[in-house]
Design a protein around this ligand. Structure first.
Ligand code: XMP
Ligand code: MG
Length: 182
């Protein structure tokens, strides 16, 4: 059987490492938000696996919702313009928001989404990202909770995609170069 694993050059973060780190982050958020009834907002689609695991590691009173955003790219660099394709349905006025994203790269997406949620009256907005690529940052933005810092390599798996594929890998890995070039 041909599986998607044959396209992977190397495993960057194993299933065990992911699980251990998500447990730690969940416990930290639980301690920080114990009495705050926060609203977890997942950024679709890349965050969906991290989001589902994180929620199960954070046993406090909380709500959840999702939004989807896309950024316009000119060539290989992000234009910084972010469009909300699907917005949350929950009223965020007065709520403490934890924005959950797969990866913080240029920072354009989360910078814009944070502003959007603040404009709608959120009491606070914190950022929880599985991966951080600080070397590529274009916006003055720092994550509040981070799983792992990664080098400037294109990574897939555990929700992250290449052309919408590989999201279902249980670990985070790097694709073989010939897969990009195909
Ligand atoms: P910005 O630049 O707005 O980008 O911080 C965040 C979005 O860019 C995507 N992205 C990646 N997706 N592997 C991926 O699968 C990567 O290495 C990668 N780097 C950036 C991702 O969709 C994220 O939401
Ligand atoms: Mg994404």
């Amino acid at each position: 059987m041909k599986t998607i694993e044959t396209d992977i050059l190397k495993v960057l973060i194993s299933e065990e490492e992911l699980h251990a780190r998500v447990l730690e982050i969940g416990a930290r958020i639980a301690a920080d938000y114990e009495d705050k009834d926060p609203l977890f907002v997942g950024v679709l689609r890349g965050s969906f696996i991290f989001f589902a695991d994180l929620m199960r590691c954070c046993p406090i009173r909380s709500g959840l919702d999702f939004l989807a955003a896309s950024s316009y790219h000119q060539g290989t660099s992000s234009s910084g313009v972010v469009k909300i394709d699907y917005d949350i349905k929950t009223d965020v006025a007065g709520r403490h928001i934890i924005l959950v994203e797969d990866i913080l790269d240029s920072g354009n997406t989360l910078y814009n989404l944070t502003g959007h949620l603040r404009d709608r009256g959120a009491e606070s907005v914190k950022l929880c990202v599985l991966l951080d690529k600080p070397s590529r940052r274009e916006k003055p933005i720092q994550p509040d909770y981070v799983g792992f810092e990664v080098p400037d390599e294109f990574v897939v798996g555990y929700g992250l995609d290449y052309a919408d594929r590989y999201r279902n890998l249980p670990y985070v890995g790097v694709l073989k170069p010939e897969v990009h070039e195909k």
